[in-house]
Design a protein around this ligand. Sequence first.
Ligand code: HEM
Length: 141
Amino acid sequence: MYLWVKAFHIIFVVAWMAGMLIYPRYKLHQLASQPGEPLFETMREAAERLRRIILTPAMLAVWVLGLVLVALNTGLLSSGWLWVKIVLVLGLSGMHGFFISLGRKIDNGDAAVPAKNLKMLNELPFVLMIIITILVVVRPF
Ligand code: HEM
């Protein structure tokens, strides 16, 4: 049972991370075009489908399955790595919300952020994912 939960936890982590890397890319294409243009509309719809079908459901599944793992293995609560991991995942969840709110502004034609800044922000979830994975696998403390 525990290993099945952990397996699906990791499966949804992969889906969430994939969504966090793709969603800003769609928004960058929108920033490179104008509302009403075919590229803008195609990218807006693709981003909305990604958000609704993959990005948000995967984030929720990662949290629920992660907390179920803790509930099934409460001894982990005394591990420093888990608390640092949860703080970093809160950061990742905050970035999720930020990307979605930014995406809505861009959909309304409000170039809320310069494209070069969004390109830089787009890399941050990947950096966080690397640190989180090292924490949970290597458990340095
Ligand atoms: C708040 C959300 C999360 C919680 C509460 C949580 C909690 C946990 C727990 C308790 C385990 C099992 C540890 C074990 O028994 O070996 C686990 C495994 C794992 N988690 Fe999470 N996790 C969360 C989010 C994430 C995220 C966002 C990532 C990656 C970006 C991630 C990556 C992993 C990996 C790779 C494993 C497997 C580690 C192993 O088998 O050695 N988790 N998680």
